[in-house]
Design a protein around this ligand. Sequence first.
Ligand code: NAD
Ligand code: ZN
Ligand code: ZN
Length: 399
Amino acid sequence: MSGNHGVVYVGPGKVEVRSLAFPELAEPNGKKANHGVILRVVATNICGSDQHMVRGRTTAPAGLVLGHEITGEVIEVGSDVITLAKGDLVSVPFNVACGRCPMCKAQNTGVCLNVNPARPGGAYGYVDMGGWIGGQAEFVMIPYADFNLLKIPDRDRGMAKIRDPKCLSDILPTGYHGAVTAGVCPGSTVYVAGAGPVGLAAGASARLLGAAVVIVGDVNKARLDHARRVGFETVDLSEDATLSDQIAAILGEPEVDCAIDCVGFEARGHGHSGSQTEAPASVLNALMEVTRVAGKVGIPGLYVTDDPGAVDPAAKRGSLSVRLGLGWAKSHSFFTGQTPVMKYNRNLMQAILWDRLNIAEIVNVQVIALERAPEGYSQFDSGVPKKFVLDPHGLLNAA
Ligand code: NAD
Ligand code: ZN
Ligand code: ZN
């Protein structure tokens, strides 16, 4: 076994499947990684976060191997690994975390202090996240494997349901983190901005946490149709009626208890003409308007420090025109950042294995071969209501 192929970012709008080196048990700085394992990738998903890079909206360099949503089978075990063995089926949190630093010890694995010399926090296949090689590939190396990997306890049961567990590496914990930080509890009324995979996962998580009603908003009619099909109320921000009015038409009042931003900095404006253009602060400002006083706003949607394609010079540095005074006046709390996946993934796995959560159906998983990744990227970019999952070894279709 020596070959490997993976998805490489070539330049704005362009990815290619290229031949790659077979992974080694080594860190990006070349140091031996006896704490790591090598996985045969069983499933690896395309994410909205990848699209920010592929659209040229980050400083991602050409040649970056993409992929941070990985499920795999252990095929090689480093000498310091004690809890994993060849053949184990595992879900990989997208965060790379050392398990040794104060942040990891406090479960803040999204900002581990030891895996990225440039700033706290590491991830596979992502700009500014430490140089860890991405997993939209046939094989990938996972460091600090005892700490990072979630073993799916019953391999056969896991493979039989594999369409669901593969959402555990990112979108399901991310949606759940959004719902938890927004304070969702039994009886909450919830607004989720964005009907992409993360928004749908946040809606499903809010339901799991007992929300009375979940309203999902987008400017994309096909995605809103899908959101309704899987049981959510919807609001269409490409219509001229304001978000508050559309919420009032559903709830009888213009505010919700909890709000979750599953859009991020590439947000569109609202209304017929507004939705044709980008307005990076539109979701944050809308959420302050529709969240009740003393409410919480979960913000898994990504905001960047540098955006070469931004609409104005301030936004190029990640500075947005956010009406913080409104949030202050309403005593809002805001929760941002990379999701600490490990905080939630084991419980969410159990919810999946015990049939409490059909996440693959909710996000509309579409499995395609690794070679078809460029097509998956361009279809996802066009806004189809699907979550694309790459199947590098044909194992998903076989299952
Ligand atoms: P996506 O691009 O598929 O979905 C975003 C959706 O938002 C699109 O359907 C778009 O039409 C919609 N939208 C645009 N403007 C809107 C507005 N004003 N109001 C409502 N909807 C609007 O992306 P995704 O895969 O669902 O991910 C969503 C966001 O979450 C991305 O920014 C992604 O980078 C981020 N993310 C963050 C984490 C984390 O750890 N915090 C993890 C995964 C993804
Ligand atoms: Zn992701
Ligand atoms: Zn750490």
